[in-house]
Design a protein around this ligand. Structure first.
Ligand code: IPD
Ligand code: CA
Length: 154
């Protein structure tokens, strides 16, 4: 469908979705993206790649999105599904790099939802400014230099 009210499509996102065969997966991805953004929904994308926080952040912003930053239980579950599928903990976009102890979204806004694991965030060794998700969906602050699953949101 070509809905004139849909947000401008993101060709970079469609480039991430491809297939071999008779289906036009790129067009399907574009349509999916347009309909989801028009409905005000988020799309989460992962190719299963791993990177440090800075490289993961760059991969998402280069694609026109940002690192997954779940803002409610439903979005947290969507991120958890990727975590389980790839059997790798992801980095979230949430961090306290700007102000120690004040975890925020990539745009600097304060959190409206959190799902910290028991006794977290603990800033272990004084070096944990990024956030990983465990395979139970709970969050742990972690140093930013590990290799973690890249999940972007659009
Ligand atoms: C640490 C622990 C701790 C958590 C830290 C981790 P480690 O792992 O799981 O509970 O708060 O973020 O780095 O260093 O004991 O393998
Ligand atoms: Ca921690």
């Amino acid at each position: 469908s070509h809905d004139a009210t849909a947000q401008p499509c993101n060709p970079d996102l469609a480039e991430m979705v491809y297939g071999v065969g008779k289906m036009d997966y790129r067009q399907t991805a574009l349509t999916f993206y347009k309909e989801a953004t028009a409905a005000g929904d988020k799309i989460f994308v992962s190719k299963g790649e791993q990177a440090t926080y800075n490289d993961a952040k760059l991969a998402c912003t280069n694609a026109g999105g940002q690192l997954a930053s779940p803002q409610n239980a439903e979005e947290n579950k969507a991120v958890l599904d990727f975590c389980k599928m790839y059997k790798v903990f992801p980095y979230l976009g949430i961090n306290d790099l700007l102000i120690e102890g004040s975890f925020r979204y990539p745009n600097g806004e304060m959190l409206s939802y959190s799902n910290w694991s028991d006794k977290e965030p603990n800033n272990d060794q004084g070096v944990e400014d990024c956030v990983e998700m465990y395979d139970n969906g709970k969050w742990n602050d972690k140093n930013c230099n590990e290799k973690r699953l890249i999940i972007c949101e659009f």
